[in-house]
Every structure is written in structure tokens, then in C-alpha cells.
Design a binder for this molecule. Structure first.
Ligand SMILES: Cc1cc2nc3c(=O)[nH]c(=O)nc-3n(C[C@H](O)[C@H](O)[C@H](O)COP(=O)(O)OP(=O)(O)OC[C@H]3O[C@@H](n4cnc5c(N)ncnc54)[C@H](O)[C@@H]3O)c2cc1C
Length: 371
């Protein structure tokens, strides 16, 4: 039996045991698409405000050091991957608004999280991309179009919404997203990650003033935080990977099958995959969160490439560990109430992130040039 619940001789729990127990209990038996029942637990345990520190002069600073954020996301990912994904988006907003937002925008974010509001980043465009048109004779702008895969649609209070302008820079807007009539969850019927409610949100005819614009044009693309920030997503996935590995080991020990050399080999391979992913993610997280934007361009490119590759390594580890779990535990692991069943379904969906081929090729070029 593996006694250390952190698995492979690695970390201590990053979160209070009371929170993890409450979350575990809440998601147990809850409808898979219900996040509303989970949100109060995040609020009650202070998770939404965990990494914000209000400043005397107004605004806040983001205090999410890489170890704490990685520990938090991976631990939650091992309990409920949808919750981890939503918290990942929330933390991304906290970091981006602290980097680029005005004091007024930071105060808005502070007030929102203090009142139990959750935030997210909605980048993927819907069928009609989100566009901005100036309202003649005013400083206002009218929006059209929608965002899809908008995690937390119907739950989030506000979102950071990057808008690409034709042949122009990308503009980042901080927008209220709490109008239920704009939410469409009919397109979100997926095998896993149901609780993220990643539907469509329409911005049609929403009028905003200049106060919605965050930072300079294209600030959202600044590295190492843009592509580099993918390590957080991998950290959440890592939690599910590690949880699956533990369940494989525990179950095979319990049913007396672990001593079979082929089953032992499966446990060993699963541990190798999980630990490889963890080491890549830890390295990427540390580099991204400690590299400054005024660092040497080559250093930033290298940091970003390593973070992007940590996503690919995690994707491979996830697919391998899912396969090992199915082979090691057999048909029983597909039963609805089996602990790996939902974890593997959620993980298989969540690792499908944008354009892995391009990530492999583009960032591989950067890494090869430094050999
Ligand atoms: C649970 C979940 C929550 C999400 N939440 C959010 C959110 O809150 N906000 C948000 O903005 N997004 C969100 N996303 C969406 C995410 O950002 C991506 O848009 C999405 O995961 C893309 O997946 P895809 O498989 O369609 O990618 P694709 O890029 O379509 O990749 C599919 C395959 O096609 C290949 N491919 C891609 N482009 C080409 C090409 N031009 N030619 C040939 N092959 C190509 C890829 O390499 C890959 O093999 C979420 C996704 C998930 C799974």
C-alpha cells in the first residue's frame, strides 16, 4: 500500500485538508454538470481570493508564486478537474489584471472576488468572432459576435475577452458576463468536463466604454505569460494524472494483483509518466513565473517553448496513464461509480487543447536552435 497520499515522494498538500474534504464530498454524487453547488465551497474556503493582496493605494498585487499555484491546481485537479480548470481561468484573470489593469479595474476585480464572484478568460471565438465597432460621436464601443468554449458560462461574474481586430492588434476587454440570456449551453454536451459549462456567450449589442479596455493593445500576447501560462492548465491535468496513478497502485495492492510482474510494470510506467510530467511542469512554472518581460528575447522564447512543451508532455502522460489504468484495472474501471471513471473521462477531454501539432513544430524549432 502506498501510504503517502502525495504519491511519488513529492509534495505536501498545498490546500487545507478541510477544503479538499469539502470539495470531495460536494462533487461526490453531484450531477456532473453542476458547478453552482461547488462555487460556495471555493468562496467559503477563500479560494477565489487566495492569491490577491489589496494595496493601500488601491488595486491589488497578485501573490500566486508558482509552487503554491501548482500545488493548488494539481491538488484540486486530483479531486475534480472541472473545478481546477475554472480556478485556473480565475487565477489567470487575477494575474493579467494585476499586470495590465488600471487601479479601477483592479478594484473591480477585488470587489468581485470579495463578493464571491468568479472570473475567467474567454479567448476562443464563436461562429461569429467578437468584434468591436465605435459608436459614432461617443467614446463607447458596440460589440458583436460570441465566444465559445467559454468555461463558466452562466456562472462567472466577469471575463477577460481578447478581441482580434482585422490586421490590427488584439485588444483585451474586461466584461461583465452575468447575463443569463446571453448564455447558450446547448453546444456543451461532452464526454467529460461537463461541470465547466464551457458553452457559448453572446456579446451581441453589448455597449461598453473605454473603462472596459485593459492595458495596451496586444498586451495579452506579452510573454512569458501568454503561451507560457499554459503550465497552469498542465498543472491541473497533472493532478488528475497523479490521482489515477494512485488509484491503479491502491487497487492492485488491494486485490492482490500488484505482485504480478506485468501489473508491477504498469504501476512503474504510470509513475514514470506522472513524475516526468510533474518535473516538466515544475520546471516550466518556475521559469515562466520568475522570468521578467525585460529579459533577453532568447531566454523568453526558451521559457515559453519549455512551457508549451510541458503541455505536450502532460498530454502524452495523460494518454499513457489512462491506457495503463484501463489495462491494469480492466472492465471494472469503466463502471460509473469507479473512482478512475470520471477522472479519465475528464482528463481525456481537457487535454484536447488548441493545435498541438503547431506547438510541437514551432516551439521545437526554438528549442533545437539552442542545442
Ligand atoms: C474543458 C475545456 C475548457 C475550455 N475552456 C476554455 C475557455 O474558458 N476559454 C477559451 O478560450 N477556450 C477554452 N477551451 C478551448 C481551448 O482553448 C481550445 O480552443 C480547444 O481546446 C481546441 O481544441 P481542438 O481539439 O478543437 O483543437 P484544434 O486546434 O482544432 O486541434 C485538433 C487537431 O487538429 C490539428 N490542427 C489544428 N489546426 C490545424 C490546421 N490548420 N491544419 C491541420 N491540422 C490542424 C491539431 O494539431 C490537432 O491535431 C476549453 C477547452 C476544453 C477542453
Amino acid at each position: 500500500m502506498i501510504d503517502d497520499p502525495r504519491g511519488f515522494g513529492l509534495k505536501k498538500p498545498a490546500l487545507a485538508a478541510a477544503f479538499s474534504d469539502d470539495l470531495r464530498e460536494a462533487v461526490h454524487g453531484l450531477a456532473e454538470d453542476d458547478f453552482r453547488a461547488v462555487l460556495p465551497i471555493l468562496v467559503e474556503h477563500g479560494l477565489l481570493q487566495l492569491f490577491v493582496s489589496p494595496l493601500e493605494q488601491g488595486g491589488y498585487s497578485y501573490t500566486g508564486d508558482w509552487k503554491s499555484v501548482l500545488g493548488c491546481l494539481s491538488e484540486i485537479g486530483g479531486i475534480d478537474l472541472s473545478t481546477a480548470r475554472l480556478l485556473e481561468g480565475h487565477l489567470n484573470v487575477l494575474q493579467l489584471v494585476s499586470l495590465y489593469g488600471s487601479t479601477a479595474q483592479q478594484n473591480f476585480v477585488l470587489e468581485t472576488v470579495q463578493n464571491g464572484g468568479m472570473l475567467g478568460v474567454w479567448g476562443a471565438d464563436g461562429r461569429e468572432p467578437v468584434k468591436l465597432d465605435g459608436v459614432e460621436g461617443t467614446s463607447a464601443w458596440c460589440l458583436s459576435g460570441s465566444k465559445r468554449y467559454a468555461s463558466g458560462a452562466g456562472v462567472l461574474r466577469a471575463a477577460l475577452v481578447p478581441i482580434s481586430q482585422k490586421d490590427g492588434p488584439m485588444q483585451l476587454l474586461l466584461l461583465p458576463v452575468d447575463d443569463p440570456s446571453r448564455v447558450d449551453l446547448s453546444s456543451w454536451h461532452y464526454r467529460g468536463m461537463q461541470r465547466t459549462a464551457s458553452g457559448t456567450y453572446s456579446f451581441e449589442n453589448l455597449t461598453v466604454g473605454p473603462e472596459a479596455f485593459v492595458g495596451q493593445p496586444d498586451c495579452y500576447r506579452l510573454e512569458p505569460w501568454f503561451v507560457g501560462g499554459i503550465w497552469r492548465c498542465a498543472a491541473a491535468q497533472l493532478g488528475a494524472i497523479e490521482a489515477i496513478v494512485k488509484i491503479i497502485a491502491w487497487e492492485l495492492n488491494d486485490n492482490g494483483r500488484a505482485e504480478h510482474p506485468l501489473q508491477r510494470a504498469r504501476i512503474g510506467r504510470a509513475i514514470m509518466q506522472a513524475r516526468t510530467a510533474r518535473l516538466w511542469i515544475e520546471d516550466a512554472a518556475q521559469r515562466v513565473e520568475t522570468t521578467r518581460p525585460n529579459a533577453d528575447a532568447d531566454e523568453i522564447a526558451q521559457t515559453v517553448a519549455l512551457s508549451a512543451y510541458s503541455r505536450l508532455v502532460t498530454e502524452e502522460a495523460a494518454m499513457s496513464v489512462i491506457d495503463l489504468a484501463e489495462r491494469a484495472l480492466g472492465l471494472g474501471s469503466f463502471e460509473n461509480s469507479h473512482p478512475v471513471e470520471r477522472l479519465t473521462r475528464d482528463l481525456a477531454v481537457y487535454i484536447r487543447q488548441a493545435n498541438p501539432d503547431a506547438v510541437l513544430l514551432q516551439h521545437g524549432r526554438v528549442l533545437a536552435s539552442s542545442l
